[in-house]
Design a protein around this ligand. Structure first.
Ligand code: PEP
Ligand code: MG
Length: 324
């Protein structure tokens, strides 16, 4: 099997009936790029920039960030690179920010909420990204967006910094897509509205499942509620993909679910455009998708959306794909 996968490193990801999707990788640092190339990643679908900020005692400077972003963009040689702006808070703390303890950190002051408040931190990161943009195919993504207002505010700040850099004579890529992570149910439900303003969606199922099921993703006692195939989750995913396509935008997924063998057939059938996963899952996923017919998976997806439970969906997918 490993030998079969190895042959797929330079292949495109095309279903048995000719439908193309993009298989991208999740990375945490520029060092992860080697693995992405080795495993045939067609892009970076999620660069978690918080690692630049962690394990140290002060904020990274604009230049330090610029170098990291430039390295990733150059390393991917023009392939798409989705960089997520700082997603700190929840389970990831920055001791040097000395933020007050919260009762519910996952529901608290984190990610875009913090960035819109601590604007110096946010603007520094955006400037570093904009300056690096000329070295590849950069797409900027905001995490934990719950309202359209947050997205508009974040985008306005980005455009302000861009104009300032241009006025100061910096070279910035002409075309930088700006999108959001869909990991909060309100945003999935309002995806049709968001789709008119964002350039793309990337569904963050790790958090979307946690918030939809009201089940802490770190709490083992309630891990049975972490149900990626629950029709409640699948219906939200469908809403997001359909909303994107209606406006001519693309929809990806960068939560763990994107690399899951039971989920992949359903996601392919729902029309997901980009799957971002750990690099080591890419070749296996490519091999699977090449054996699936997108038309057949469309019918499968339609039928599993009407099922009742996580387990029912799992059984149905296994039955439909057992001969491949
Ligand atoms: C997610 O929530 O699915 C996601 C990809 O982000 P993180 O795992 O970094 O919260
Ligand atoms: Mg998340």
């Amino acid at each position: 099997q490993k030998a079969e996968w190895a042959k797929l490193v330079n292949e495109k990801t095309v279903s048995a009936d000719g439908h193309h999707v993009e298989l991208a990788a999740n990375i945490g640092t520029p060092k992860d790029l080697k693995g992405v190339i080795r495993n045939g990643g067609e892009g970076v679908g999620l660069y978690r920039t918080e690692f630049l900020y962690m394990g140290r005692d002060q904020l990274p400077t604009e230049d330090e960030q610029f170098e990291a972003y430039k390295a990733v963009l150059e390393g991917m040689e023009g392939k798409p690179v989705v960089v997520r702006t700082l997603d700190i808070g929840g389970d990831k703390e920055l001791p040097y920010l000395s933020l007050p303890k919260e009762m519910n950190p996952f529901l608290g002051y984190r990610a875009i909420r913090l960035c819109l408040e601590e604007q110096d931190i946010f603007r520094t990161q955006l400037r570093a990204l904009l300056r690096a943009s000329q070295y590849g195919n950069l797409k900027i993504m905001f995490p934990m967006i719950a309202t359209l207002g947050e997205f508009r505010q974040a985008k306005a700040i980005l455009l302000e910094e861009k104009q300032k850099l241009i006025d100061a004579g910096n070279k910035i890529a002409e075309q930088i897509e700006v999108g959001i992570m869909v990991e909060i149910p309100s945003t999935a439900v309002m995806a049709d509205t968001f789709a008119k303003e964002v350039d793309f969606f990337s569904i963050g199922t790790n958090d979307l499942i946690q918030y939809t099921m009201a089940a802490d993703r770190m709490n083992e006692r309630i891990s049975y509620l972490y149900q990626p195939y629950n029709p409640a989750i699948l219906r939200l995913v469908k809403m997001v993909i359909d909303a994107a396509h209606k406006e001519g935008k693309w929809a990806g997924m960068c939560g763990e679910m994107a690399g899951d063998e039971i989920a992949i057939p359903v996601l392919l059938g729902l029309g997901l455009d980009e799957f971002s996963m750990s690099a080591t899952s890419i070749l296996k996923a490519r091999s699977l998708i090449r054996k699936l017919s997108q038309e057949d998976m469309k019918s499968l997806a339609e039928s599993v959306l009407t099922l009742e439970t996580n387990q029912d969906v799992m059984n149905a997918v296994k039955r439909a794909t057992e001969n491949i």
